[in-house]
Design a protein around this ligand. Structure first.
Ligand code: ADP
Ligand code: NA
Length: 325
C-alpha cells in the first residue's frame, strides 16, 4: 500500500486527519504500507524554501503524533528517495500528451491561475504519482474519490509498460477512503473543509490552541431548526458535526441522535468541543516530542528513506534494464 500527503499545510486540519491520516494508522497494521510526505509534489506551485523545509518536518511529526509507527510502516520524505524523480521521467515518456491533458484536477487547478503561471510540473504531477505508486509495487492506493482518475491512469501505464517490455509492475487498485469521513467546513457546511478554501473560522487546525478550536465548534453554522437529527441534504451543518462526533467518539450516528434527543444544538457543539480537546491534547503532545527532538526525527526519516530505497531501487534497476539503459 502506498499513500502520500502534501507538506504544504504546516498544521493538518481535521479533514486531513479523519479523511486520510487516521485511516493510514489503521491500515499500517494489516498491510505493508509506505507513507510519504510528498515534497516533490509540493513544488509544483511556488514554495518558500525555509517554510517548505519546516512544513515537511512538522508534517512528519504530526504523522508520528497521529500514530504512524516506523516499526509498522515505512514513513519517509519523497525527495529523500531519488528513484521517484527517476521513474517519473520514464513514465513521462510513456504517457500520451492528450492522456495527461484529460486529467480533470489539472484543468481545475490551472484554470484558477492561468497557463503562464502554471508549472509544467503541475501538468505532469499525476505522472510522478504513477511513479510513486509503481516503485513500491503497490496493490492498493488509499485515496479520496478525487484521485480515482489518477489511479486509473496508473493502471493503464503499468499495463502499457508490462506489455511493451515484460511483466514488471503490479497493477494497483484504488482503495477509496471512507466517504463518511468527509469533513465539511464549519462555517460553510456545504463545502469541504480545506486549507486553501475554508475561512479561518471554518477550518479546524490540529496544531492550534484547543481553546481556539473549541470556539469554532461552538460557533459552527447549523440551521434554524433545533432537533438533532442526521439529514445530509437538509441539515448539512448538524450532520457534519454528528459525523465528526461519531468519528472521534466511536459511537454510531444513530446512537448519537438518541443521546441528543430532547437536547439542542448547543449540547452537541459543547460535547464535540470537549471530545476534540480530549483527543487533540495528547496528539499535540506526541507531535511536540518529535519537533523538540530533531535528532530523533532525522533518525526516523533516515530509517524510512533506507527502507523505501531498498524497494524503490530494485524496481528502478529492473525498469532501466528493460528499457535498455
Ligand atoms: P486540502 O484539501 O486541505 O488542500 P489535501 O488535498 O492536501 O487537503 O488533502 C490531504 C488528504 O486529506 C487527502 O487524502 C484528502 O482526501 C484528505 N482530505 C482533505 N480534506 C478533507 C476533508 N474535508 N474531509 C476528508 N478528507 C479530506
Ligand atoms: Na505494516
Amino acid at each position: 500500500m502506498l499513500s502520500g500527503i502534501q507538506p504544504t499545510s504546516g498544521s493538518f486540519h481535521l479533514g486531513n486527519y479523519l479523511g486520510a491520516v487516521r485511516q493510514w494508522v489503521d491500515l499500517q497494521e494489516q498491510n505493508d504500507a509506505f507513507y510519504m510526505v510528498v515534497d516533490l509534489h509540493a513544488i509544483t506551485v511556488e514554495q518558500d524554501p525555509a517554510t517548505l523545509r519546516e512544513n515537511t518536518r512538522v508534517s512528519v511529526a504530526q504523522l508520528l503524533g497521529a500514530g504512524l509507527d516506523p516499526e509498522r510502516c515505512t514513513l519517509f520524505v519523497q525527495s529523500h528517495v531519488p528513484e521517484h524523480a527517476q521513474l517519473g521521467w520514464v513514465m513521462n515518456c510513456l504517457t500520451g500528451f492528450g492522456e495527461a491533458a484529460r486529467m480533470t484536477q489539472f484543468k481545475d487547478k490551472s484554470s484558477k491561475q492561468g497557463t503562464d503561471r502554471t508549472s509544467v510540473g503541475l501538468f505532469t504531477y499525476p505522472i510522478l504519482q504513477i511513479a510513486d505508486i509503481l516503485l513500491y509495487q503497490a496493490d492498493a492506493v488509499p485515496v479520496g474519490e478525487d484521485q480515482r482518475q489518477h489511479v486509473e491512469l496508473t493502471r493503464d501505464l503499468a499495463e502499457r509498460f508490462n506489455t511493451r517490455y515484460a511483466p514488471t509492475f503490479t497493477v494497483p487498485k484504488p482503495y477509496i477512503l471512507k466517504a463518511t469521513a468527509k469533513i465539511q467546513d464549519l462555517q460553510d457546511p456545504s463545502a469541504k473543509m480545506s486549507k486553501s478554501a475554508s475561512s479561518p473560522k471554518g477550518l479546524v487546525s490540529l496544531l492550534d490552541d484547543p481553546k481556539v478550536s473549541a470556539k469554532k465548534f461552538k460557533s459552527a453554522v447549523t440551521d434554524t431548526d433545533t432537533v438533532v437529527t442526521y439529514d445530509e441534504e437538509n441539515k448539512v451543518g448538524v450532520s457534519n458535526l454528528l459525523r465528526i462526533h461519531s468519528a472521534l467518539s466511536g459511537q454510531s450516528v444513530e446512537q448519537l441522535v438518541a443521546h441528543f434527543e430532547g437536547k439542542m444544538y448547543g449540547a452537541l457543539k459543547t460535547e464535540l468541543a470537549e471530545l476534540f480537546t480530549e483527543w487533540v491534547l495528547p496528539f499535540q503532545e506526541r507531535t511536540k516530542t518529535y519537533l523538540d527532538d530533531p535528532a530523533e526525527l532525522d533518525r526516523v526519516l533516515g530509517l524510512g528513506a533506507e527502507k523505501a530505497r531498498e524497494v524503490a531501487s530494485r524496481t528502478l534497476a529492473t525498469v532501466y534494464d528493460r528499457i535498455g539503459f
